[in-house]
Design a protein around this ligand. Structure first.
Ligand code: AMP
Length: 420
């Protein structure tokens, strides 16, 4: 079905055409008609599914049907877990609404930057406000924004907001909204906490699930390279160089680890930048822009900072270390394999991470194939397995580019693939 059959107005169809979208994605096909009708929505969808347009287009359509009152109260409130996602959603809303007359005003507010300029920008009123919960509450507490005319509330990446401890802030914000309103909730995973939140929030929601819950996208080729912890950096450099990867998102568990890895990559002429919570907003935006423009080859990120990064067709995601929770693995690899392109998710697994890898496989329901790269094989043995005698002599450099399955630990028949 084409976009033109979904009931969206001409100015929105023009913006869709300019964005280069030829047909609605599955979530858009389901979400747009439901939101246009004014229903509440409960959507299981990850970043990369086109969910932003799925809610932004019908919201803009509905907003533009009604005239604005002179003081422009906030009519649509979109809450996101991170500043990056807030900025990207704000950008998308601006893009999709570019041809509406009169123009709708969209503002984005988030923490970590000065509050006063945000207060000034809100003074003239806004139609659509995209915000992270903490900063929005600060603004509301200082009377810089009123939320009593909100018609539609969107909770984007609700699971992440709960993971980040925003539940109390969200509940306080909801208390400031009119009782009667439309509620849209998007989440990649559905924990007990999310269910509790939705129970009080959504009224007869239309339920949409575009990818099976907690399941890694089918388009993503997942590989675990078993190696020693101490060799991970060298192995990563080898993979990047020998495969000529040009745009790689690498996840580390700590900010310190992200900094250290970035330094090491730059030392061997692999241009890298780190993006994490200790970096200023300017540094993060700069790193992301450089990465998108192809000036930075490797973006090293922690989970929280990477949330909401939207880079179309990101080809390679590397787990330098496995995330603390298996659900985070799904979020991480959801960054690749977008828009019909095959993506590659690689995990560097040291002996102490093998059990975490098994938990991930249990969650996603498919085995991840294990491989080893000659010269970077895992020789460390996980306790309590008794120490083995030293492995056979390593092959020489001529075998350096050879990849081999990880012995009897291989759980998936490797499909035929080119040389590394
Ligand atoms: P999202 O899941 O909202 O983060 O969107 C992921 C990416 O898909 C963004 O780069 C969008 O610009 C793009 N996108 C959204 N809808 C479509 C569509 N119907 N066709 C092609 N690309 C799309």
């Amino acid at each position: 079905m084409p976009f033109s059959k979904l009931g969206l107005s001409d100015p929105l169809l023009r913006a869709i055409a300019e964005a280069g979208y030829s047909a609605p994605s599955p979530i858009q096909l389901q979400a747009i008609p439901a939101v246009l009708k004014g229903h509440d929505l409960l959507a299981a969808a990850q970043t990369g599914t086109g969910k932003t347009a799925g809610f932004a287009l019908p919201i803009l359509h509905r907003l533009s049907l009604k005239s604005y009152s002179s003081n422009r109260p906030v009519r649509v409130l979109i809450l996101t877990p991170t500043r990056e996602l807030a900025a990207q959603v704000g950008e998308s809303v601006g893009k999709y609404g570019a041809h509406l007359h009169p123009r709708l005003k969209t503002e984005v507010v988030f923490g970590g930057v000065k509050i006063n300029p945000q207060m000034m920008r809100l003074r003239g009123g806004v139609d659509v406000l995209v915000a992270t919960p903490g900063r929005l509450l600060d603004l509301a507490n200082q009377n810089a924004v009123k939320l009593d005319k909100v018609e539609t509330l969107v909770l984007d990446e609700a699971d992440r907001m709960l993971d980040m401890g925003f539940i109390r802030d969200i509940r306080k914000i909801i208390a400031l909204l009119p009782k009667k309103r439309q509620n849209l909730l998007f989440s990649a995973t559905f924990s007990e906490d999310i269910r509790k939140l939705t129970t009080g929030l959504l009224v007869n929601p239309v339920k949409i699930e575009v990818a099976p819950r907690n399941t890694a996208a089918e388009m993503i080729e997942q590989t675990a390279f078993l190696c020693n912890k101490a060799n991970k950096t060298e192995l990563l450099c080898h993979l990047i160089k020998s495969n000529n990867w040009q745009q790689v998102l690498v996840f580390t568990t700590t900010k310190h680890g992200a900094n250290r890895l970035t330094e090491k990559l730059n030392k061997v002429d692999i241009k890298a930048a780190a993006i994490h919570g200790n970096k200023s907003q300017g540094a993060r935006t700069g790193a992301l822009a450089g990465f998108k423009a192809g000036e930075i080859r490797v973006l090293v990120a922690t989970d929280v900072a990477a949330r909401g990064i939207d880079i179309a067709l990101l080809p390679h995601v590397v787990n330098f270390e496995l995330p603390r929770s298996p659900a985070d693995y799904v979020h991480r690899i959801g960054r690749t394999g977008r828009a019909g392109e095959e993506g590659q998710a690689v995990s560097l697994i040291s002996h102490d991470e093998v059990s975490a890898l098994r938990l991930i496989e249990k969650l996603i329901g498919v085995p991840i194939k294990r491989e080893q790269i000659v010269d970077f094989e895992a020789s460390e043995v996980a306790p309590p397995v008794p120490l083995e005698p030293p492995r056979a002599q390593r092959p020489g450099n001529n075998a350096r580019h050879t990849r081999k399955p990880a012995g009897n630990q291989t759980t998936n028949k490797a499909r035929p693939r080119g040389a590394v």
